[in-house]
Design a binder for this molecule. Structure first.
Ligand code: GLN
Length: 448
């Protein structure tokens, strides 16, 4: 099939299912068809239509971050990942819905309405990259880019039954990604298969002089080890991840996947990550502190929306931010500002950073005994729309198994490992040491 047929059939599919799902914030049908016509099939992603989370800048297009405050903003440049996708021949199909500024676990915090889970329309697709995951799962895109600060690629991948990869911190350039928490954010692929995730990562990874946190580490061919057997490899199972609160069907599916690895010849070893229970607390201080600083730039002067009819500068700032930001974003700015304020800094922010170091050391110690760690991606399958919106703490718990990976800067993958009796997908997480995406992809491929 020619790429124009692929784009046309995806557009048909989108017009029939997206009115219900709302995975996309907007589409570029003409531009997508135009680039499909000119597609160079000799390129690695030649003619492949990809959906982009609405937090990554694409020149000449809106980038709303699903926030009112960015209404009217047009990106003046391409993010590095977009430049690289274009160079690889990909077609940019449209922009996917998300929690506002990537803050959330359900895509219910979007100013443009909620996205629904394609497996059960009464449930959330996960978040914050819920639009990307739903688009891939519902065959509205071949693959998508998402971002992961505390689980936002892996958890929606688990809820929607697709593959999601959070690369090592520093593997992929953040240039052109609207920052939420700069020391945690990474861009990564959401795909239908492990092989697609490996290929997409390969296309976007690697050093970038415009992002000095993007590491000079050589990006290998991530597909190289796919198909190599995992016999003799040691996989760690952290005992702290199988405690109360985990859904019995999720636990059973994870245990079954672990036995499958054993059948494939892997050695299963129980490990301990003793500081696990502090990861949510540490994350919500570090992430909100960084967010409060990053979101200071949305002041009505430089980007997007500006409140009208104000008498002076301060009123303009205040009203713009009041009208522009949603509830969760305001909650986080307040929390982060508080944690960073003098008198409280040592007790909260500094303490959270110290705990973060301990969490990282737990993983470093564990990786002396195993090559990868296997856990559930999320303690429950997709929950119902509205079920957790009134209780932020319940919402934050959706990421209890994914957050530590970001705090420690590691790479991790979520892949489907079965269904609940009611037909909801369950995700399995495979965590690797820094720069070992090849290993976790190999393990995931052996399972798939
Ligand atoms: N759900 C987490 C949060 O709300 C993680 C979000 C993310 O990874 N962007 O912060």
């Amino acid at each position: 099939v020619h790429p124009t047929e692929v784009v046309e059939s995806l557009l048909d599919r989108i017009s029939s299912v997206d009115p219900k799902l709302k995975a996309y914030n907007y589409l570029h049908p003409e531009r997508a068809l135009e680039s499909a016509k000119k597609a160079d099939l000799s390129l690695p992603l030649g003619g492949v239509p990809i959906a982009i989370k609405d937090v990554i800048n694409v020149r000449g297009e809106p980038c709303t971050c699903s926030s009112r405050i960015l209404e009217g903003y047009i990106a003046p440049y391409d993010a590095t990942v977009i430049e690289r996708l274009r160079a690889a021949g990909a077609i940019l199909l449209g922009r996917t819905n998300m929690d506002e500024f990537a803050m959330g676990s359900s895509t219910e915090n979007s100013a443009w309405g909620v996205t629904r889970n394609p497996w059960d329309l009464s449930r959330v697709p996960g978040g914050s990259s819920g639009g990307s995951a739903a688009a891939v799962a519902a065959h509205e895109a071949i693959a998508a880019l998402g971002t992961d600060t505390g689980g936002s690629i892996r958890q929606p991948a688990a809820f929607c039954g697709c593959v999601g990869l959070k690369p090592t911190y520093g593997r992929v350039s953040r240039y052109g990604l609207t920052a939420f928490a700069s020391s945690l954010d990474q861009i990564g692929p959401l795909t239908k298969s492990i092989a697609d995730a490996a290929l997409l990562l390969e296309m976007i990874a690697g050093q970038d002089p415009r992002d000095n946190t993007c590491a000079p580490e050589h990006a290998p061919s991530f597909s190289k080890k796919l198909g190599e057997e995992i016999r003799g490899m040691t996989l760690g199972v952290p005992k702290e991840y199988f405690v109360s609160g985990i859904d019995p069907e999720v636990e059973a599916a994870t245990r079954k996947a672990i036995s499958h690895f054993e059948e494939l010849g892997a050695i299963i070893r129980e490990i301990s990550l003793p500081h696990t229970s502090y990861s949510i607390a540490s994350y919500y201080l570090v992430a909100t502190a960084e967010a409060s600083a990053n979101l200071a730039r949305f002041d009505g002067m430089r980007y997007g929306r500006r409140a009208s009819g104000c008498d002076d500068l301060l009123e303009t700032y205040g009203r713009t931010r009041d009208e522009g930001f949603g509830r969760e974003v305001k909650r986080r700015i307040l929390l982060g500002t508080y944690a960073l304020s003098s008198g409280y800094y040592d007790a909260y922010y500094l303490r959270a950073q110290k705990v973060r170091v301990r969490i990282r050391e737990d993983f470093l110690a564990a990786f002396r005994d195993c090559q990868a760690i296997v856990t559930p991606t999320s303690p429950t399958p997709a929950f119902c729309l509205g079920e957790r919106t009134e209780d932020p703490l319940q919402m934050y718990l959706a990421d209890i198994f994914t957050i530590a990976v970001n705090l420690a800067g590691l790479c991790a993958l979520s892949l489907p490992c079965g269904f609940t009796r009611s037909g909801l997908p369950i995700g399995l997480q495979i965590i690797g040491p820094m720069w070992k995406e090849e290993t976790i992809l190999q393990v995931g491929y052996a399972y798939e």
